[in-house]
Design a protein around this ligand. Structure first.
Ligand code: RB5
Length: 144
């Protein structure tokens, strides 16, 4: 699986730790930035991630900001993104199984690194169930 990573300045340390974790799990990882601690705007990095997944729809994303909220809002303005802000393994498991989430979002100021690694592992391992969920997932990307 290829994972594209994006964050803002508040999540550099978490992004770096999870980059290593995903590589340890055997994934191809592409870090879309930022690469240094100066202040940036999370919508810009959400857009970079959305563009990458638009061009590579089989891949997944991992996005982070301080709370995970701002970058979630920005990501989910793109119809092909199903970004899920998760704080625990149960949320990560269920959003894969029920929502076919293609981006995991984490709040770097709210989650510890070890929990974040477990959340990433769960998100990666669980398959989408389809079935009764498909009609709902299809509606997420419909024009409004
Ligand atoms: C940056 O200070 C902070 O606002 C951002 O990382 C995020 O938490 C916004 O939702």
């Amino acid at each position: 699986m290829r994972y594209y990573l994006a964050s803002d300045h508040a999540a550099l340390e978490l992004k770096s730790a999870l980059h290593e974790h995903l590589k340890d799990l055997g994934h191809d990882v592409v870090d879309l930035g930022p690469y240094e601690a100066s202040s940036v705007d999370y919508p810009d990095f959400a857009d970079k991630l959305a563009d990458a997944l638009g061009a590579d729809p089989q891949a997944r994303g991992l996005a982070m900001c301080g709370t995970g909220i701002g970058i979630s809002i920005a990501l989910n303005r793109h119809r092909h993104i199903r970004g899920a802000l998760c704080h625990d393994v149960t949320g990560a498991r269920l959003t894969r199984a029920h929502n076919d989430a293609n981006v995991l979002v984490l709040g770097a100021r709210l989650i510890g690194i070890e929990t974040a690694k477990d959340v990433v592992t769960a998100f990666n391992e669980v398959a989408y169930e389809g079935g009764r969920h498909q009609r709902r997932v299809d509606k997420l990307s419909q024009e409004r």
